[in-house]
Design a protein around this ligand. Structure first.
Ligand SMILES: [Zn+2]
Ligand SMILES: [Zn+2]
Length: 134
């Protein structure tokens, strides 16, 4: 994958890419934790740099719901959406409502050439919606 994106294959890049694949929607701190658990000490800065390079190359997608830190995932290229729990912040994937990318067709595009729609569904996850309120 790295070679396909014209990125040099380095151990930190492989480690970070693997972590993102294994832990969809993980934030940077979680990714750092996973990388370090599997590969020993890797600097914060190195991991930030790798995440930026992978995101720029399109190998990982960066999402950042309002009020959340940035999350990363390996599911790229399908413009899927996300459901986010208002209470615990857990994130799940949500496919486009119908077909492939119907959300790109805005009811009024104001003359813009639209190439992306970012939709976030907010609510309570099953765990939080059944938890007794304290
Ligand atoms: Zn929740
Ligand atoms: Zn996702």
């Amino acid at each position: 994958m790295l070679r396909g994106a014209a990125l040099r294959v380095t151990r930190p890049r492989i480690a970070v890419l693997t972590a993102v694949y294994d832990h969809p929607h993980a934030d940077t701190d979680s990714i750092i934790g996973v990388v370090r658990a599997n590969h020993g000490e890797v600097s914060h800065q190195a991991i930030y740099d790798v995440l930026r390079a992978l995101t720029t190359a399109g190998l990982v997608r960066r999402i950042q719901p309002a009020g959340s830190v940035a999350r990363y995932e390996s599911r790229v290229g399908d413009n899927h959406h996300h459901v986010v729990c208002r209470s615990c912040g857990v994130i799940a994937d949500a496919d486009c409502a119908v077909g492939t990318t119907p959300c790109l067709i805005a009811s009024d595009d104001h003359g813009f050439a639209i190439d992306e729609a970012e939709v976030i569904y907010w609510g309570l996850c099953p765990d939080c919606s059944t938890a007794p309120s304290t």
